[in-house]
Design a protein around this ligand. Structure first.
Ligand code: PLP
Ligand code: FVT
Length: 430
């Protein structure tokens, strides 16, 4: 199955875009440089399918990088947004919906007794760190190589996602003081965590519980509990960044699945249902440091925006137990099909998955840390992505990301995807 792809209109828009937008995009991961092509400009999307400005249709496994667990333009979410918009798009005053959302999050994540909403995951991570520093009276952070927590200065060191894709070790423009306050340790290296904790008094140990920004590299058995213990012994707060995993890998995120409770949780993506919303939260005793309950300042003109809250609530309402079972089954079927297809042609590939997330690594064994993820055959991944796009399947255009299967991906989508996957592997092997 080969879909005929023309890209004249995308090319025309890209030529215009690069004159006005750096690199032609408003966020680097949207460019497709790492897979050796220009970005695809989108016209519209519905369910699991994306239509570009040239009329090409793709089965979408990026799904806006994670918010769209129900797929694009879900009618109930659209109705909730439209209903909210008719009552006014923003007030700069509190609304009932914000309480409903905080209560719903608290039911799913008992560690989140209180939360503060923001407009992006970056802001939520930045604010959680400010709170951790205020609560502990310390400044230094422990962060893992290959983890991405948004683009706040102190967290860009050896970060994953777009920085990994572009090979930017640490962004210029970050003051050395900010970088020096972040100690970097390899993921899944318990001894290195223990050594760092012996040397520093940390304000926070910050982790994506299932890191997905160096590709998906789940924790080895017991690693999250080790982080919990090390944080307690050190006097640091344990902060889980569940921007990707929250409400996706299970009702209460990775903290529920693995049974390890953080002090603070950073949330984003699914919580905003495709509109700009994120949050951070934790125990009441910690969160009451935040202004105006306390003196740790944190604010936002559009924080808790009524449209985003309505989209988030509609999204969470539809995420019941059967929905999670279905998302898990879809992910498993896709992961299994990808493994089988690679095996047929003998391409050394490791497919790593948890419910709602997967990564295809071009390596014999699944990476346990960032150096191993970097050592994969990135050229092979790039060529395979180009071959998939040519067949109407839209994978993340970087191996340092996760695929985001959704509840809109049907078995028919999976069959078509796996036909394209077989053909793309054959093209590589051939
Ligand atoms: C784990 C994680 N944390 C934080 C962020 C930052 O969120 P945002 O892009 O909404 O600023 C992202 C993704 O962007 C992420 O994947
Ligand atoms: N996994 C990486 C992201 O979700 C980031 C999206 C963006 O920076 O546009």
């Amino acid at each position: 199955m080969s879909v005929s792809i023309t890209d004249a209109k995308s090319a025309e828009l890209y030529a215009r875009a690069v004159q006005r937008l750096p690199g032609g995009v408003n966020s680097p991961v949207r460019a497709m440089r790492a897979i050796g092509r220009d970005p695809i400009f989108v016209d519209r999307a519905e369910g699991a399918e994306l239509v570009d400005v040239d009329g090409n249709r793709y089965i979408d496994y990026v799904c806006s990088w994670g918010p769209l667990v129900h797929g694009h333009a879900h009618p109930e979410i659209l109705a909730a947004i439209i209903d909210a918009a008719h009552r006014g798009t923003t007030f700069g005053a509190p609304t009932a919906g914000e309480i409903d959302l905080a209560e719903e999050v608290g039911r799913r994540m008992p560690a989140v007794e209180m939360l503060r909403m923001t407009s992006s995951g970056t802001e939520a991570a930045m604010s959680a760190i400010r709170l951790a520093r205020a609560a502990t009276g310390r400044t230094t952070l422990l962060k893992f190589a290959g983890a991405y927590h948004g683009h706040v200065d102190g967290l860009l060191a050896r970060a994953g996602s777009g920085l990994a894709t572009a090979g930017i070790p640490t962004s210029p423009g970050v003051p050395p003081s900010a970088a020096h306050e972040t100690i970097i340790v390899d993921w899944n290296d318990g001894e290195a965590v223990a050594r760092a904790c012996a040397e520093h008094e940390f304000a926070a140990i910050l982790a994506e519980p299932y890191p997905a920004n160096m590709g998906l590299v789940p924790p080895v058995e017991g690693f999250l509990q080790l982080l919990r213990n090390q944080a307690d012994d050190n006097g640091a707060l344990l902060v889980f960044d569940e921007v990707i995993t929250g409400f996706r890998v299970g009702p209460g995120g990775a903290q529920e699945r693995d049974g390890v409770q953080p002090d603070l949780t950073v949330m984003g993506k699914v919580i905003g249902g495709g509109l700009p919303a994120a949050a951070f939260g934790g125990a009441r005793s910690l969160m009451e440091h935040i202004a105006p309950a306390g003196d740790v300042y944190q604010a936002g003109t559009l924080s808790g925006n009524p449209l985003a809250v309505a989209a988030g609530m509609a999204t969470l309402r539809m995420l019941d137990e059967p929905a999670y079972l279905r998302l898990g089954a879809t992910t498993e079927a896709l992961a299994g099909g990808l493994r089988d297809a690679a095996a047929v042609v003998g391409v050394p590939v490791s497919v790593v998955s948890v419910p709602g997330l997967l990564t295809v690594f071009f390596s014999e064994t699944p990476p346990r840390d960032y150096p191993a993820a970097q050592a994969c055959d990135l050229d092979g991944y790039a060529a395979w992505c180009r071959a998939l796009l040519a067949r109407g399947v839209y994978p993340p255009p970087s191996q340092f990301e996760a695929w985001f299967p959704s509840l809109a991906h049907t078995s028919e989508h999976l069959d078509r995807t796996l036909d394209a996957v077989h053909a793309a592997f054959a093209e590589l092997a051939g």
